[in-house]
Structures are given as C-alpha cells and as structure tokens.
Ligand binder design. Sequence first.
Ligand SMILES: C[S@@+](CC[C@H](N)C(=O)[O-])C[C@H]1O[C@@H](n2cnc3c(N)ncnc32)[C@H](O)[C@@H]1O
Length: 267
Amino acid sequence: MDAGFYGQMGQQYYLSLFSIIMELQNIFNSWASGQTAKKFTEKQWLLSKWENIEGIDWPQEKIAAMVDQITMRLGLLPDHSLLDLGCGGGWLLKKMQPIIKKGVGIDISFNMLQHAASFFQEGDWVTGQAAQIPFKEATFDRLLSYFVFINIQDKEYIKKSLQEIHRVLKKGGKALIGQLPDKDKSADYDQDKSEYLDYCQERFSLGQNYRDENYVPLQLYDRDEFCEMALQTGMTCRSDQSFNPFYRPGQDLTINWRFDVILEKNS
Ligand SMILES: C[S@@+](CC[C@H](N)C(=O)[O-])C[C@H]1O[C@@H](n2cnc3c(N)ncnc32)[C@H](O)[C@@H]1O
C-alpha cells in the first residue's frame, strides 16, 4: 500500500461524501418546495408552472412584441437593475437582461427557479415571496411582476406586497404589475379566449402544461381599488391596457379585459 493508494481512497471517500450531501440537499429542497406549494395552494394561489418557456402558443414574434411593450412601459435603460417578482421559468428576465445592467428573479417556487437556472445560468435566482422580498430597501431601479398578481386574491397580502415593492425600489424607481384581469370585462375575455382556442386548435398540438394540474382561481381586479392600495404606499399609480396574451398576426397588441399598473416611487 503506497501513499498514492491512500490518496485515491481519500479522494473516493470525499467524492461519495459529497454526493451523499448533494443527494440530502436535493431531498430537502424537494420537501421544502412541496411544503411551500402546499401552503400556497391551500390559500388557493396558483403555482403556475410554465413548462414551455418559448412554447407552442408563444411564437418568437409574440414574445418579442410583449418584451417591447414591457420595456417601453418600464422605460428600461442600460444602467438599470431589475427585479422580476414571480419570475417563474425566467424567460422574461432572460429577454430583458441584454438591455439592462443587472437582473434578479424571485419566485416562491424553488422548482421554477431550478428550471430557470438550468437554461439561464448567468441569472440570479432567489426564493422569496411578494409580501416579503428578501432585499434591502432602495435596491432596484425597476421591478416587473407579470402574470403573478392574477393569482393572488388576499387583499392584505396585496397591500403588503405593494409596501414591499415600494421599499425595494430606489427613489424615482418604477414597477410594472402586469396582466391584472379586469373585473368588469370578463365577458370580453371569455369571447377572445374562445376565438383564440379555436385558432390554436387548428394550428398547434398543445404540449404538457402544468397549469392543468392546478386549481386556477383567476382573481378579478378593480383598477381604481388596486391603484388606491398602491397610492397608500406613497407611490403614484397609472393603469394602462395590457399586452394581448392571445396576440396573433392581425390582432391588436393590447386588450381591454386585462390591465397593467405602472407604479412610481417619487420619494
Ligand atoms: C403565471 S407564472 C408567471 C411567471 C413569469 N412572470 C412569466 O411571465 O412567465 C406565476 C409565477 O408567480 C409565482 N408566484 C405566485 N405567487 C407568488 C408570490 N406570492 N410571490 C412570488 N412569486 C409568486 C409562481 O410560482 C409562478 O412561477
């Protein structure tokens, strides 16, 4: 037995210890993720998992149009830091990253962040929730939260989240809370959705979609009420039409059955 043999044994020992630790970490993460999902699903919040990042019904042209709309509304500049709150699979942040200085994605779903990190290694992915953002005050120039509040129905939670958005934004910072379903326009939504599904069925075969596995409580919002809650935090609030998630060639880029809210922290 020589020193080389013991060296090799030691290396193997450390390697197997390392893989056991990694395995335990995976078991813990998946347990913790399950617990979070359970807690939030019990509260009837959707943990929407968009498996298809640039999926079948999200062609490049539509994604590019949506990214343009968001960029314009947020007024993104090359020296900006951006927090993507409820980033999901991270595909929006991936699109924004080349035009800003720094992007960070937060999501309550560890699985979604793992998914994001697997195809976008340069990103910063942090587990966290809207009502308790794990960053110190005045950290970000811009904040985006797209297709997230659509699932949140607890008003106290929304108020806390707005306070948190105000806290982490720098003075002069802006936030875009997008795709809030308008409570007065659900008939228009139903009509557009049915036309859109017909259009998709003729052209696409739908892939696996985790959303089907979840109970989806679509939360309807009142524009004025949402803005009033935001005003209470000291931010200004402007509502605007949302990007049309059923967009296809020849259709309007924006729709009236959902709205975006643009918040600004002036002091
Ligand atoms: C429909 S997906 C949208 C993801 C991404 N913003 C996009 O546009 O593709 C909603 C995401 O919000 C996350 N989410 C839901 N409630 C949240 C909360 N309270 N705090 C942080 N993230 C939340 C979900 O886990 C999910 O990834």
